[in-house]
Design a protein around this ligand. Structure first.
Ligand SMILES: Nc1ncnc2c1ncn2[C@@H]1O[C@H](COP(=O)(O)OP(=O)(O)OP(=O)(O)O)[C@@H](O)[C@H]1O
Ligand SMILES: [Mg+2]
Length: 217
């Protein structure tokens, strides 16, 4: 049986503004007294936060496939322990990154291709149902813009193992997001992330309002 909640995911390159926008979204929904759960990937629960540390630690060297499997492990556990119970209770779940991140970073960035889709289909299959996001809100910035934001404010957010990849890697990830937005057009909305933060949020708010309206019908 399809869970009755609403599963919204924020996607985009490193430094595109996902975490900043999640703060705006939380404030907005709280103001409207709309119940929701906000969470993040990789992480969101203890075991997945521990896997996150292994993946992002700059001192850890690992193959792309290992990285992909670790993300998928963190994803499955977080999905089972936190996301599905909330959806089954009919709640709105807003998650910072999900499957599209793996398809973009490991599929395109690490050039693992279809293996990433296969692994993720297994990871998000629970009791015979695949839990895809109802909507991916993709915040688009050029790779250089996101990296510049992260590097110039490295005091606020630790630079991680994936940030340190060559610029070509980030360009492949960006190209990946572009292709994914066409392949999954019905579950993808693209927001211009190179506007100032408030304008980005205004665009996201319109999408949110529509999603929530449809969900309450
Ligand atoms: N629209 C914007 N214009 C300029 N700077 C921004 C904008 N949105 C966010 N920033 C700044 O860019 C930096 C990265 O933003 P944020 O952490 O929200 O990105 P992110 O998408 O969550 O990145 P990551 O994927 O690495 O977690 C922060 O210092 C934030 O203040
Ligand atoms: Mg973030």
């Amino acid at each position: 049986m399809k869970a009755k909640g609403l599963f919204i995911v924020l996607e985009g390159m490193d430094g595109s503004g996902k975490t900043s926008q999640l703060e705006h979204i939380k404030r907005y929904l709280n103001e409207q007294q709309i119940d929701f759960l906000s969470t993040r990937e990789p992480g969101g629960i203890s075991v997945s936060e521990q896997i996150r540390e292994v993946i992002l630690n700059v001192d850890n060297d690992m193959s792309g496939l290992t990285e992909c499997l670790l993300y998928a492990s963190a994803r499955r556990e977080h999905l089972i322990q936190k996301v599905i119970p909330a959806l089954q209770a009919g709640r709105i779940v807003i998650c910072d990154r999900y499957v599209m991140s793996s398809l973009a970073y490991q599929g395109y960035g690490r050039e693992l291709g279809k293996a990433v889709l296969d692994i993720n289909q297994l990871a998000i299959d629970v009791d015979g149902q695949q839990y895809w996001a109802d909507m991916n809100i993709y915040i688009d910035v050029k790779p250089e813009v996101g990296l510049e934001r992260i590097m110039s404010k490295s005091g606020e957010r630790e630079v991680n193992r994936l940030d340190l990849e060559a610029l070509e890697f980030h360009h492949r990830v960006h190209q990946g997001y572009m292709e994914l937005s066409e392949q999954h057009a019905e579950r993808f909305v693209m927001i211009n992330g190179e506007q100032d933060e408030q304008h980005v949020f205004n665009d996201i708010k319109q999408v949110l309002d529509t999603l929530i309206q449809q969900y309450h019908v």
